[in-house]
Design a protein around this ligand. Structure first.
Ligand SMILES: C[S@@+](CC[C@H](N)C(=O)[O-])C[C@H]1O[C@@H](n2cnc3c(N)ncnc32)[C@H](O)[C@@H]1O
Length: 441
């Protein structure tokens, strides 16, 4: 009943706190795990839908709020602006929430966190939006790039780059893909796909095929992975097909000594360890190394060792094959990280490219004569992908780009000998990889 709602729900408080943590620099998954720890499974799922959904639609929500907040939303306290965004998202995009609850709960939350004046502002803005809801869809800017950016909630500068590269229609498909909920996809470990599927089904989990990789399995939305016996007993690990394809494309010879130099949390090391003699799984971030160690323990990996090392140094010795899954802008994984598009700055491209160049230079020293260096990213941007490969080849005489043996990965993801997976074309995350062969001398 309107007007008789109880205090703010724990789920909404957890959503507000998650966003506060995000603003203070925590990553979304970590912030959410911390703030939603006390919620039951249903509330946890609802809160995730609220926070992830709001971040995916933030550009559109801000477009609605801008003319209705006097002086613009930039003048508001950042926490209050996020509360308003959460309120608008509940009001327009969460069918399960009645309008009066979306408004009353947001007003109360604003009162608790910012006092009476803020709650009055929230009340006036949300009520006005609710009254005007039928006219809102028509408010798109005339400029076509700006219109795409607003309608699909992406920064304009990124949309402008993608339109220049792929045209408006393909960019629209990419923006739509980025706004979908990312599927949870697992790979079998120590069992075959059919056995894993049977285990999952016996736990009541709905399963489906994954794109591009025949033995990966998509789990039903809302599955809590860590609660599943198959996960706890080490029969599976999480990996998107875009990542699995990188290790397939790498086509590392069986029995090779391998180094995975930017390895945490370790998914690609696991895949490489299936056929390698040994995998040195290195990362410069000590905190993230603990995630590799956890994975080694849970999956009982006998041929993988985790070490802290900076790939730029090139001091780990020499290997038959080296994977550099470089830190990058992550533009291929926006559907998984809806906050990332808002954090990224144009200048990050140059900063990342410089780091990637330095890492590649160091990693080349770790490759035996005749060995393989596989460079990969989860970015779609040329500065981080093709341009890195061209620069590396120009600076390293004796090295060549070598496509993988025929049939290693589907033809549709190969482009001039490089791996190029795109969300809008392949229905997976985006990824890029290039196989670089060192000459024998
Ligand atoms: C894209 S992530 C790797 C994901 C991982 N390969 C997987 O599939 O699970 C990039 C990693 O590079 C690490 N990194 C960043 N700079 C590095 C450096 N200079 N040397 C080694 N690792 C670095 C980061 O800590 C991060 O864990």
């Amino acid at each position: 009943m309107p007007g008789t709602l109880p205090l703010v729900t724990d789920a909404r408080i957890a959503a507000a706190e998650t966003l506060a943590d995000l603003r203070s620099g925590l990553l979304l998954d970590a912030a959410f795990d911390r703030r939603a720890a006390e919620l039951d499974a249903r509330d946890r799922r609802w809160t995730q839908e609220l926070v992830w959904g709001m971040l995916r639609k933030r550009g559109w929500i801000d477009h609605l709020l801008a003319p209705r907040v006097r002086g613009g939303i930039a003048r508001l306290d950042a926490d209050l602006a996020d509360l308003l965004r959460l309120g608008v998202h509940q009001l327009f995009h969460m069918g399960s929430v009645p309008a009066y609850a979306a408004i009353a709960q947001t007003v109360e939350l604003a009162k608790q966190r910012h006092g009476m004046g803020a709650s009055k502002l929230v009340n006036a803005v949300l009520r006005r939006l609710d009254r005007e809801r039928d006219a809102l869809g028509a408010e798109l800017p005339a400029d076509p790039v700006e219109a795409l950016a607003v309608e699909y909630s992406h920064p304009r500068w990124l949309v402008a780059r993608w339109v220049a590269r792929w045209g408006a229609d393909e960019t629209r498909a990419l923006l739509e893909a980025n706004n979908q909920e990312a599927p949870l996809i697992v790979r079998p470990w120590g069992v075959v796909r059919e056995q894993l599927e049977a285990m999952l089904e016996s736990s009541g989990v709905g399963v489906a095929d994954a794109p591009l990789v025949e033995d990966s399995i998509t789990l039903a939305p809302g599955t809590v992975l860590t609660a599943l016996g198959a996960f706890q007993q080490g029969h599976c690990f999480v990996q998107d097909p875009a990542a699995t394809l990188v290790t397939r494309y790498a086509a590392v010879p069986a029995g090779a000594e391998v180094a995975d130099l930017c390895a945490a949390p370790g998914g690609k090391s696991v895949e490489l360890s299936r056929t390698a003699k040994h995998v040195t799984s290195a990362d410069s971030n000590e905190a993230r190394i603990s995630r590799i160690i956890d994975t080694i323990g849970r999956l009982d990996l006998e041929n993988v060792d985790a070490v802290v090392a900076d790939a730029r140094d090139g001091t780990l010795g020499q290997f038959d094959a080296v994977l550099v899954d470089a830190p990058c802008t992550g533009t291929g994984t926006f559907r998984r990280h809806p906050d990332a598009r808002w954090r990224l700055r144009t200048s990050d491209l140059a900063v990342m490219a410089a780091t990637q160049r330095a890492i590649l230079r160091g990693a080349a020293k770790n490759v035996k004569p005749g060995g393989l260096l596989v460079y990969s990213t989860c970015s779609m941007e040329p500065e981080e992908n093709d341009a890195q490969v061209e620069t590396f080849l120009a600076d390293h005489p004796g090295w060549t780009l070598e496509p993988p043996p025929a049939g290693t990965v589907p033809e549709t993801v190969l482009d001039a000998g490089r791996l190029r997976v795109l969300p809008q074309r392949h229905g997976a995350d985006g990824s890029f990889a290039a196989r670089l062969r060192r000459g024998e001398s």
